[in-house]
Design a protein around this ligand. Structure first.
Ligand code: AMP
Ligand code: ZN
Length: 138
């Protein structure tokens, strides 16, 4: 895996597009999201091009959590956030617009007015049926 010519996040990694960098090491780059859900909203990307979580480099998975915790700790302290959301859109249907894997860290504040997704109901037996189906793919 390497960098892609036309990928906007690969361009940021190559320094062809500027970003407000928060933290960088040999594997990852964290920078402020240009259109924040709340101010301090930060993106973390691997420094190799991959589309989403499913083709994320295996060797970097553990370090990714450590890197994320470091960045999230600083964001919470700097913004005075009461909490934060971690989010990852995987695929167009899930709202992914930039197809270079990235994790959103969104600082949250008590009564910040952001509403969570609506919940659905399972019909009788449907939940168990789906559970079995998922287990069949593991
Ligand atoms: P997603 O919908 O999960 O693909 O999110 C893509 C995110 O990238 C959005 O929140 C955008 O605001 C953000 N974004 C796009 N271009 C840039 C950029 N040049 N610098 C910082 N954030 C960006
Ligand atoms: Zn890329």
């Amino acid at each position: 895996m390497s960098l892609e010519k036309d990928c906007i996040f690969c361009k940021i990694i190559r320094g062809e597009i500027p970003c407000n960098k928060i933290l960088e090491d040999k594997e990852f780059l964290a920078f402020l999201d240009i259109k924040p859900i709340n101010k301090g909203h930060t993106l973390i990307i691997p420094k190799v091009h991959c589309k989403n979580l499913l083709d994320f480099p295996k060797a970097e998975e553990t370090d990714f959590i450590e890197f994320t915790k470091k960045v999230a700790t600083a964001i919470v302290k700097a913004t005075g956030a009461d909490g934060f959301n971690l989010g990852m859109n995987n695929g167009k249907a899930a709202g992914q617009v930039v197809h270079h894997a990235h994790l959103h860290i969104i600082p949250r504040f008590d009564h910040d007015g952001l509403v969570s997704w609506p919940h659905k109901e399972y019909s009788e037996g449907e939940m168990q049926e789906l559970q079995k189906k998922i287990l069949g793919f593991l």
